[in-house]
Design a protein around this ligand. Structure first.
Ligand code: GDP
Ligand code: MG
Length: 370
């Protein structure tokens, strides 16, 4: 049976662990914050505190609303969040770069794109797609382990001339474990010696049936180098997104996930936040992991200062008390006293369980996957 520690659940709910312990005691379960409870108890507790949850997979739950139910009719479509995985050298970075090149909004911003760990592309139809640029399978499972199920769709890149390799299998397994739909991008089809059909057939061995093989997994032939097949890939992402009916309420206090964070020489602690719901605004007071702060500035993936960032939008946040960890949740709270209280409490919990702590920047640890 799946379990979660009281502390971790409190963290996800942005509640105090002590309050959860109290509630559990009343329910006849005397436990401490460091003890684990099973999924049914967790769900009961989440409801008890007036939060919502959804089972994102058989083994994981996601808390979808902090303090109130999302009122009827407040949910609006949001852009899909896509992660690219695959074996080293199969073209993950090249594909990310190529997809970034399709952004019709990039020109307007002067073409200066900066690396903030995630970016959003506006495709010619006007639809938007957010790509997470934190590659690496460990990064993906680490984020998940920390309760950050940020990815809606995984693209598995397989080089047509190299076929299924160990990290391809790993990527398939991670994606299945997360219960996230995948799209197979067969890359390097420009290369002589590439055999896309062989890849499709080989995938069957790993229980991945692409459409051409009578299955339901979408696949597309691309060349990141020659920039072919990209429109088709984007169409498939949008189609998958439509099936998923991705929605969020932009009209509430923001909640987001740290994609990466570091101490910047001139700007102090900086975190890239992927907004999950609500709208993050300059001036908002927030808790993020064991840190707190007030949004001093928001900078988008084109390096432009913005006043707000809505669901599925990645944005750099300035004004943090310190550097949070990748996968930490940012929650906007009503006032500074509340922010400090939650942050201090979390700091205590995090200190106690800091044995194998996640790095502040997942990328630094998993740079070999780039
Ligand atoms: P990653 O390790 O998965 O991020 O792979 P990279 O994007 O770094 O690509 C590895 C190598 O494959 C680089 O030398 C790329 O130029 C090359 N490459 C990537 N995509 C293509 C492609 O579509 N066609 C060809 N011919 N080479 C590619
Ligand atoms: Mg790479």
């Amino acid at each position: 049976p799946e379990t979660i520690t009281v502390a971790e659940l409190a963290n996800r709910m942005a509640e105090r662990g002590a309050d959860l312990v109290k509630a559990l005691f009343k329910m006849g379960m005397p436990v401490t914050v460091n003890q684990t409870i099973d999924q049914d108890t967790a769900e009961l507790l989440i409801t008890e505190f007036g939060h919502n949850f959804k089972r994102v997979s058989e083994s994981d739950i996601d808390i979808v609303a902090s303090t109130e139910d999302e009122p009827e009719g407040t949910l609006l479509p949001r852009a899909p969040v896509v992660t690219i995985m695959g074996h080293v050298d199969h073209g993950k970075t090249s594909l990310l770069d190529a997809l970034r090149g399709t952004d019709v909004a990039a020109g307007e911003a002067g073409g200066i794109t900066q690396h903030i760990g995630a970016y959003q592309v506006t495709v010619p139809s006007g639809d938007k797609v957010t790509f997470l640029d934190t590659p690496g399978h460990e990064a993906f499972s680490e984020m998940r382990a920390r309760g950050a199920n940020v990815t809606d769709i995984v693209i598995i890149v397989v080089a047509a001339d190299d076929g299924i390799r160990p990290q391809t299998i790993e990527a398939i397994n991670h994606t299945k474990a997360a219960g996230v739909p995948m799209i197979v991008a067969i890359n390097k089809v420009d290369k002589p010696g590439g055999n896309a059909q062989k890849v499709r057939e080989a995938l069957l061995q790993y229980d991945v049936q692409v459409e051409a093989m009578g299955g339901e997994v979408q696949d597309v032939e691309v060349s990141a180098l020659k920039r072919t097949g990209l429109d088709e890939l984007i169409d498939k992402i949008l189609l998958q997104a439509e099936i998923l009916e991705l929605k969020a309420n932009p009209d509430r206090e923001a909640e987001g996930t740290v994609v990466e964070a570091q101490l910047d020489k001139g700007r102090g602690p900086v975190a890239t936040i992927l907004v999950r719901k609500g709208t993050l605004k300059v001036g908002d007071i927030f808790v993020v992991g064991a840190e707190s702060g007030k949004v001093r500035a928001l900078i988008d993936d084109k390096g432009k200062q913005v006043k707000t960032a809505g669901p599925s939008v990645p944005v750099e946040v300035l004004g943090l008390s310190g550097v949070p960890g990748a996968g930490d949740t940012l929650t906007v709270v009503e006032n500074e006293a509340r922010a400090r209280e939650v942050a201090e409490y979390r700091a205590g919990v995090i200190q106690r369980k800091r044995t194998t702590q996640a790095p502040a920047n997942l990328e630094s640890m998993f740079s070999q996957f780039r």
